[in-house]
Design a protein around this ligand. Sequence first.
Ligand SMILES: O=C(O)CCC(=O)C(=O)O
Length: 415
Amino acid sequence: MTMHPIIKELLSFCGDKTRLIDSDAIKSNRLYRMVLSDVMEPLFEEKSTLGDEKVSTNLIKIGVLYDSIYNRLHTGQWNTVEATDRECFTVLSYARILYTLLVSKDLKQAIKDGIYLADLGLMLGSIIRVDDKDVGNDLLTETATRLTAHLADENIDAPPFKRMKFDVNLEDVGVSEKIDVPILDCPSLELFGNQCYDLKQPTLLRGIIKAWPAMERWHDPNYLLSIAGERTVPIEFGSQYSNDDWSQKLMKFREFVEQNICGGSSSGVNRAAYLAQHDLFDQVPALRRDITVPDYIGRTDANPRIKAWLGPKGTVSPLHTDPCHNLLCQVFGSKTIILARPEDTDKLYPHEHFILSNTSQIDARCPDLERFPLVRQVRFQRLTLHRGEVLYLPPQWWHYVESLSPSFSVSFWFE
Ligand SMILES: O=C(O)CCC(=O)C(=O)O
């Protein structure tokens, strides 16, 4: 069987095969070690010995082990999942991508299937670094990035996708309204340290993300789709994550944007779809290059967790707390935010179940004062976060966030 140049390219950056099949985790499980060496070793041979029959047998071996680990990864609680299962799932995803390309009669479809398998592997598997020093990404991120570039080549002659627009006001920075937190214009590192971080004082920061390329690029859906349209992402559906109507679904980024943001189908209704708290920038490094970590973070933390929040008008994150500092950066659209102090926690009726113990039972917009009478004693603080503005949120502060238009925010959680 002849190897398509894309397969050779994907094999070229993964490094020595022994890293994939001889890691401590894989060696600790005889079945995993046996299957992975059976399917991976022939791909690395100078003159491939892979005949049609061997390819079919190997595809079956990959499929059976892949399905059985996939089922185990979906059983029980995530923190009890074995690291060995996750690592094997990553290598199997990679193997499955290579074999899918090997047997494909339709290259474009095989590339799309490969991108999907890489995304699933990134969500469920573990990070495997590659040997090549020029490749900054891990194995599956690099695989998905290369396949996305090949898909663009395959699409070059296809009719263009319909052009789309987000319905957002790009001129609404700094409109006059009551803001209950201090405002600082591009403070120095020292001022931020003294007035915000050390005092744990929520503060609206202006002027600090204006040079991000994202500010010019992301309000154009066609730009986002050209980079991430084919990628699979987790989307939340429902009025808010603490309600019974809430669920999560994997979707292509393109479908999510077309059906839920540009199509406007969920604007203002209680089934808003939300790409919430997702590690989009690890998954799609090309988008990561459009933002920079604000300098304030580097004073205390070299590795902030960066999350994407993209959705239509009407997404709601119910009143909740997080354990770390946060810079919530508004790239486009606006959000209404209601804050309450950590000291008011026992007046905000956190859910009793441990999974939701950081989330209040009250609806911060219009609390039911008969059911939750202590809420009367809470002095809420309100603000609207506009395009280009950043909210500094100290740890354990309660925050409720609702989008007033299609909106894209980036949060940096840091120590
Ligand atoms: O923007 C949102 O919907 C919520 C943001 C948030 O809760 C956070 O950044 O911690």
